[in-house]
Design a protein around this ligand. Structure first.
Ligand SMILES: Nc1ncnc2c1ncn2[C@@H]1O[C@H](COP(=O)(O)OP(=O)(O)OP(=O)(O)O)[C@@H](O)[C@H]1O
Length: 629
């Protein structure tokens, strides 16, 4: 088969270099999830097992048996309510160092959109190999991995145009770049045809031969694929039904009175047994392998006929390896910024659409308040223009983030978990990547409306107006990140505008009231609405700083608000200054930014959900408000 030749030719390369052994042993592992307001559902029931380096382990079992959960818990992706012990090289798993050496390829192929295969491989190598390795070596590594995974022909294809098999292989390729010693794969062959599945598993086998610990869950493998695994671990109903070498599965089943028919795929037979097609053998099977503790069927040392036991000195070499980030935070930031810039460039149609939308809204609003800026009889209408401008700068950056970011978080979770980069670098790159478009689009709207509505053409007033609009839009964007980093799309899109409504109302509250007439609670709400500081800032930039009395058209007998101070009294802003409003707006922006960072860190954390620690209230929120973790 071509692929075997490819693998042979690639053996000498960096990504297939031998790795020191990492053995994973778990015992009495129990995992439950909250179920209903008070209850919990046990998914893993005191299972034990040993997954050794140099072995390709398959976790098999009927659908819903707990395979993905076992992988999630072992990889540390979900720790939730897990109890029991997980040992790595005979020492309790230290999540911090374990995460540095393990990679997790999830069932869904979460790949960054709008990048070609080559671009994503380059970004992956730049992030993972850092700048200590020359570009030539990186390119060589990429070329050989792509060749090995038969992706060379697709290297200039955009991710979204790849076939299911190619996407799966690319997910593996991206993680192979820095030669991880432990790889978890959740159903790597799902969606692949027979040939692609065989090639994928033979690649994993080759990687395992290089000393890696490769653990994957798999659905009903063909007899050929089944024979490729060095270790089979069967799970059903959250318990271990068998753990050992594939060839021993038929004798094992015979030993408990279940004879696999000739010419029957042992994996299929085992799944049928676990699905109770031949009666209930679950307890018998699970107790005969001591729920995974029994090593009788494991690959043994041919001389001693005992399971292979490693020497402590072999494990020591692992700690000498450095699996830390190869690139500095600054390099990660630059690479991520480059990636986001490419994605923006590829999405130029979306940017153009936004440009036209801002232009269109600019003309609509400018037309509605045409020439009101210096008209003493229309001062309140002009105040309305400023209020609407703030609403525009609240909604336009809010909605796209609420719609897009919940999906982006999934990608972020995968890359962050697999230690492509740190959160600080990502967060800074995300903030900076949005800024140029934000500044340009804000200018488009402001230039159109400012001139159409005939606001004072003084540089300092225009600049002040611009700064307030940009700060409101950046605050709205940060608020949207804070919400959408915790919620799914449906809830984000619902909650965002719901929160915006009271803030909008509070921003213009006070019209016609004296400050002491406003109830204390509403005054508190007003002081928490960043939109209010936005409206105040715009009013002060246009009317503050000693603006002269406005023109009063001849058609009017009397213009009661032609004096700016009369407007300040009417809208309850006589005590307001531009500097104070801008400072408070900036503080609100910082508060939103810090909140969105903290929310994101919380979302990426593998610790038990904070909500679960809150007891009943937390469980209720989690169960009924679709909080994804
Ligand atoms: N958060 C959760 N809340 C409630 N039940 C859950 C949760 N996560 C998993 N389960 C349940 O736990 C069981 C095991 O799920 P898991 O995804 O591990 O199964 P699996 O063996 O990987 O299945 P499949 O092969 O179909 O992917 C299933 O019955 C599933 O419904």
């Amino acid at each position: 088969m071509d692929n075997f030749d490819d693998i042979e030719s690639a053996k000498s390369h960096h990504h297939l270099m031998k790795r020191p052994p990492v053995d994973i042993e778990f015992s009495d592992l129990t995992y439950s999830v909250p179920h209903g307001p008070n209850g919990s559902k046990i998914i893993l029931r005191s299972v034990s097992g040993l997954f050794r380096s140099g072995e390709l382990t398959a976790i098999l079992g009927p659908s819903g048996a707990g395979k993905s959960t076992l992988i999630n818990v072992l990889a540390g992706y979900r720790c939730g309510d897990a109890r029991g012990s997980i040992m790595v090289n005979s020492k309790p798993r230290d999540m911090k160092s374990f995460r540095k050496m393990c990679r997790y390829i999830m069932q869904e192929d979460l790949l960054q959109p709008s990048l070609t295969v080559m671009e994503s491989m380059k970004i992956s190598t730049d992030l993972k190999l850092g700048h200590t390795i020359t570009d030539d070596i990186k390119l060589e590594t990429i070329e050989s991995i792509l060749e090995m995974l038969r992706l060379t022909k697709a290297k200039n294809t955009l991710m979204e145009n790849l076939s299911g098999g190619e996407r799966k292989r690319l997910s593996i390729a991206l993680e192979l770049v820095n030669n991880p010693p432990v790889i978890f794969l959740d159903e790597p062959t799902t969606g692949l045809d027979d040939l692609s599945s065989t090639q994928c598993v033979s690649l994993l086998k080759e990687l395992a031969h290089g000393g890696r610990t490769i653990i994957c869950s798999i659905h009903t493998p063909s007899a050929r694929i089944f024979a490729m695994f060095s270790h089979i671990y069967i799970v059903a109903e959250g318990q271990c039904m068998f753990s050992g070498v594939g060839q021993d599965m038929v004798p094992y089943l015979s030993s408990i009175g279940l004879n696999c028919p000739k010419h029957f795929n042992p994996a299929d037979f085992m799944i049928e047994v676990c699905s109770r097609e031949y009666g209930d053998f679950s307890e018998k099977m699970s107790s005969s392998v001591d729920n995974g503790k029994c090593l009788r069927w494991h690959k043994d040392n041919s001389e001693t006929r005992k399971p292979i036991v490693r020497r402590a000195s072999q494990y020591d070499t692992v700690s000498k390896h450095h699996y830390d980030f190869s690139s500095s935070g600054w390099s990660q930031f630059k690479v991520l910024l480059r990636r986001m810039a490419i994605q923006h460039k590829r999405n130029i149609a979306y940017l153009l659409f936004k440009f036209f939308m801002y232009t269109f809204i600019g003309f609509v609003v400018g037309g509605m308040f045409f020439q009101f800026g210096n008209d003493g009889s229309r001062t309140l209408y002009n105040y309305g223009f400023m209020f609407i401008t703030i609403i525009v700068f609240m909604y336009t950056p809010l909605m796209p983030v609420l719609l897009k970011f919940p999906h982006e978080v999934q990608l972020l979770k995968r890359e962050y978990f697999n230690r492509w980069y740190g959160l600080n670098a990502y967060f800074c790159a995300l903030t900076c990547s949005q800024l140029p478009a934000q500044l340009i689009l804000s200018s488009v709207y402001i230039v159109i409306t400012y001139f159409l509505t005939n606001q004072p053409l003084e540089w300092d007033r225009m600049l002040k107006f611009y700064v307030i609009c940009v700060m409101v839009s950046l605050s709205s964007e940060s608020l949207a990140y804070a919400l959408s980093s915790q919620l799914n799309v449906t809830n984000s899109v619902f909650l965002g505008p719901c929160l915006a409504c009271p803030m909008m109302l509070l921003s213009s509250f006070g019209l016609g009231y004296k400050e002491e007439e406003i109830p204390a609670l509403i005054r508190l709400g007003m002081s928490l609405s960043y939109l209010r500081y936005g409206v105040e800032g715009l009013v002060m930039s246009v009317y503050g700083n000693g603006r002269a009395r406005l023109d009063c058209p001849k058609s009017e007998d009397y213009c009661d608000l032609r004096d700016p101070s009369a407007l300040f009294d009417t809208v309850g802003m006589s005590e307001v200054s531009y500097g104070k409003s801008l400072t408070l707006l900036c503080l609100m922006f910082i508060a939103f930014k810090v909140t969105s960072y903290a929310m994101l860190r919380w979302r990426l954390s593998t610790n038990p959900s904070l909500l679960l620690k809150l007891g009943f209230v937390g469980r209720f929120i989690k169960a009924h408000f679709n909080i994804p973790r």
